[in-house]
Design a protein. Structure first.
Length: 159
């Protein structure tokens, strides 16, 4: 038995094509079904399109749009772990759905995304942190990818 999973698109050059905010909202509506305990939905989003993103995120100047995923963390350390797992599950859901819609997503999750200047710029509260900055856009038509899908053999053993 072979399981075929989508391989997220990686892009080196963005197309000169705007990202429709309603399309991003539609993808998020499905992405939020990430599992979490108590349906806490520990996230919020900051969306920027075009020049507003270039001004607000000079570290990411080339993407046509940006989605900042903010994790809203509980006071409880146990719930914080669950909340972060749910947020990263949402991000993976979003990436897979975007891939199916030919929308490319480049993800930045390094520690610098939580630098003090970004926390101030986006008015993050004490219990919030930036989980990821998602650069969004469509691949330039000249971009060619090696393979759309990767096959993974699935082996099930009975004891």
């Amino acid at each position: 038995m072979t399981l075929v999973v989508p391989q997220p698109l990686s892009v080196e050059k963005w197309a000169d094509r705007p990202v429709n905010e309603n399309d991003v909202l539609t993808l998020l509506e499905s992405s939020v079904w990430a599992p979490n305990d108590g349906l806490r939905e520990p996230w919020r989003f900051i969306y920027m399109n075009g020049n507003e993103g270039k001004d607000a995120l000079p570290e990411h100047p080339y993407a046509p749009a940006h989605l900042i995923v903010v994790a809203c963390l509980s006071e409880s350390s146990h719930k914080q772990t669950e909340d972060l797992c749910a947020v990263y599950g949402l991000i993976q859901n979003f990436r897979l759905l975007a891939n199916d819609n030919q929308l490319c997503v480049r993800t930045a999750v390094a520690t610098e995304v939580n630098a003090g200047d970004l926390r101030t710029r986006f008015q993050l509260q004490k219990q919030e942190r930036i989980a990821a900055v998602l650069d969004l856009g469509y691949a330039d038509p000249s971009f060619s990818k090696a393979a759309d899908r990767a096959s993974i053999p699935l082996r099930i053993e009975a004891f």
